[in-house]
Design a protein around this ligand. Structure first.
Ligand SMILES: Nc1ncnc2c1ncn2[C@@H]1O[C@H](COP(=O)(O)OP(=O)(O)OP(=O)(O)O)[C@@H](O)[C@H]1O
Ligand SMILES: [Mg+2]
Length: 242
């Protein structure tokens, strides 16, 4: 299985000489869901942001299937087939749903009408809300809009930072299931999640980060039934993998 993303020995941080990531390795298999979990402050968002070119990398290499993208300019990400859905502030609240979608479509040099219609077929919940201000959407609808905006550029790799954060369990499940469904189109998903049990059930592979370092990784189904992972991340109970 080819890797859609390969991160090797990544050292990165917000200030020079103050690394947050201390040599992280990660591989995201093409067309699969890879999830990153770990405690608050572990460096999960920093890792995703480093891939997106938003945090400077001082050592290490980031490659996609096609090329090296270490320290890529974030505005060139889409050109390299990568999209990033940030943990927060991922939509323009004062603009309508239509304006949010058209903004990214125009920025991506796409004709808005047909492409917007195609996106709305994937997110029917947004079709009824086109003229509503994005800030008036429910939390789940806002996340769908953020994902729809990321898909505007037809990426091959989508980086999602806690797409289910703050959502009610049903909405969280819908957002995660939609992320999973993108793999049916050959899209690769790299996901950060706090909703560990749900995320492991929907993912193929899982990395656990702690203190900016790899702690453990393995098949998501295996980690779901791993007693140590269960103790730390799943409330002390082993859960059925189904
Ligand atoms: N913009 C920033 N400037 C400086 N330090 C930052 C910045 N953002 C995060 N950090 C620091 O980097 C470390 C890792 O933060 P990061 O946001 O990557 O953690 P996380 O694993 O995503 O946590 P959470 O689960 O709370 O989202 C923390 O010590 C944090 O204080
Ligand atoms: Mg985070």
């Amino acid at each position: 299985m080819a890797d859609a993303l390969r991160i090797t020995g990544l050292v990165a941080g917000y200030r020079p000489h103050l690394p947050i990531l201390h040599g992280v390795d990660l591989r995201a298999a093409a067309g699969k869901v890879t999830v990153i979990i770990g405690p608050n402050g572990a460096g999960k968002s920093t890792l995703i942001k480093a891939v997106a070119g938003l945090v400077p990398v001082s050592y290490g290499v980031i490659t996609t299937e096609a090329e090296t993208i270490t320290n890529l300019r974030p505005d060139l990400l889409a050109r390299h087939g990568v999209a990033y859905v940030p943990q927060s502030d991922n939509i323009f609240r004062t603009l309508t749903v239509r304006e949010n979608l058209d903004l990214v479509l125009r920025h991506a040099g796409r004709e808005t009408g047909d492409r917007r219609a195609a996106l709305l077929r994937q997110f029917p919940v947004l079709a009824d809300k086109l003229s509503d201000k994005a800030g008036a959407l429910s939390g789940g609808q806002r996340q769908f809009l953020a994902v729809a905006m990321a898909l505007a550029t037809e990426p091959r790799l989508v980086l999602m930072d806690e797409p289910s954060a703050g959502l009610a369990p049903k909405a969280a499940q819908e957002v995660l299931e939609h992320a999973r469904s993108l793999t049916e189109r050959g899209v690769t998903i790299l996901l950060v999640e706090q909703n560990v049990k749900q995320a492991l059930r929907l993912s193929d592979h899982c990395y656990i980060l702690a203190d900016g370092r790899n702690q453990l990784d393995g098949a998501a189904a295996d980690l779901l039934t791993d007693p140590v992972v269960g103790q730390i991340y799943l409330g002390g109970k082993r859960v059925a993998a189904s």
